[in-house]
Design a protein around this ligand. Structure first.
Ligand SMILES: Cc1cc2nc3c(=O)[nH]c(=O)nc-3n(C[C@H](O)[C@H](O)[C@H](O)COP(=O)(O)OP(=O)(O)OC[C@H]3O[C@@H](n4cnc5c(N)ncnc54)[C@H](O)[C@@H]3O)c2cc1C
Length: 337
């Protein structure tokens, strides 16, 4: 039997969030031909920053932690190359109606100068096709065929396919091919998050840069300008809690923002004179316990990675993509023997 060299093996990755980019960089380093398809006009997914002429705000992931040696190693490279930095906010917690300084000693990191910078850094040496929403896939005679909403049938065919998407978005694409995925997606139970960005005309005098809020509509407040190298007017990112966001996911944007801003005002952040921007994350976060790290259907040469399979969060997503790539390599190697 002809033994395939890695450079002859092609992999399509759908989704250029941190998990897809992590999987892609590792597969590329192992010698595979990798193409990444992304529906947005930029990479990095939920590690995202809204930028305007006057202000910027990280409106998805706020920071990340690093606990696993593999991710710590990756982070060291990001820091060395100046695309990530430590963030040391004055951090408070609002609990049972009272403010306290946070006792957490954990190191928190952010992209530098924006949360999407590490993603852009990973994408630099990859072929990433932007503005391509993959809405249909087919497996035919050992090859994966893709269709995008914007460009129809994609000419290239692929040996392997990786879905690096939030669980419900992966389900829509693969449920007729990989039926057991439905159960896995249910376990992930991804929930929404309403986010308000408030740009103030004058600097505030808040006693913290970021705060975890308990038992309110809001679960998080943070002053974007307290992060390293953030320019522009003082802008706060306010996240509503997952439960409230999920219940009110279909709510009118302005109505949702009003409730969130009323709550912020009660907590001391008055945004009456602020410029407001609103974002609804339909699939923000999932189950905090890891499901299986990643998922690989070897017979179909179909893989899944993403935070939802690996405990949520940036580190979990990066590791999920990395480990999936290693498993693809292992499987491919066994096929070649
Ligand atoms: C509001 C909010 C706050 C958060 N706070 C934190 C935090 O403080 N710390 C932390 O560690 N994590 C946080 N997270 C979670 C963190 O952002 C995620 O765990 C991580 O970014 C997920 O990466 P991913 O690659 O798995 O998915 P994503 O980043 O969602 O990437 C998926 C990509 O697929 C693309 N896509 C979707 N459908 C298609 C399609 N059909 N075709 C092509 N492309 C498609 C999307 O555009 C996206 O770019 C937060 C997330 C949100 C939303």
């Amino acid at each position: 039997m002809h033994e395939q060299n890695c450079s002859e093996i092609s992999v399509a990755i759908i989704g250029a969030g941190i998990s897809g980019l992590s999987c892609a960089t590792r597969l590329k380093a192992l010698g595979y031909q990798v193409r990444v398809y992304e529906k947005s006009r930029g990479v990095s997914g939920r590690m995202s920053t809204r930028s305007t002429a006057d202000w910027n705000a990280d409106h998805g992931a706020q920071y990340f932690t690093a606990r696993d040696p593999l991710f710590i190693n990756e982070l060291k490279q990001w820091i060395k190359d100046d695309v990530a930095a430590i963030w040391e906010p004055r951090l408070q917690v609002f609990k049972a109606g009272e403010w306290q300084d946070s006792a957490s000693k954990e190191n928190r990191y952010v992209g530098n100068p924006a949360m999407n910078t590490p993603g852009q850094y990973l994408a630099k040496n990859l072929v990433v096709k932007l503005n391509q929403t993959i809405h249909h896939i087919a497996y035919d005679q050992g090859k994966w065929l893709l269709h995008s909403q914007e460009h129809g049938a994609i000419q290239e065919q692929f040996d392997w396919l990786v879905l690096a998407l939030p669980a419900p978005q992966a389900l829509v694409i693969t449920q007729s091919i990989d039926r057991p995925i439905e159960e896995v997606v249910k376990r992930a139970n991804m929930q929404a998050c309403w986010t308000v960005m408030a740009t103030l005309t004058e600097k505030t005098n808040m006693p913290f840069d970021a705060a975890f809020i308990n038992s309110e509509i809001i679960s998080w407040l943070s002053r974007n300008n307290s992060k390293p190298n953030r320019a522009g007017m003082e802008t706060w990112t306010i996240h509503a809690n997952p439960l409230w966001s999920q219940v009110w996911v279909e709510r009118d944007k302005d109505e949702a923002a009003k409730e969130i801003l009323d709550c912020a005002k009660r907590l001391g952040l008055n945004c009456d004179a602020a410029k407001i921007s609103i974002h609804r994350w339909r699939y923000a976060s999932g189950h905090a316990a890891p499901i299986s790290g990643f998922r690989l259907c070897e017979d179909l040469k179909l893989g899944y990675c993403g935070d939802w399979l690996n405990g949520g969060r940036v580190e979990g997503a990066w590791l999920s993509g990395h480990h999936l790539a290693s498993q693809i390599q292992k499987t491919q190697h066994q096929t070649n023997l």
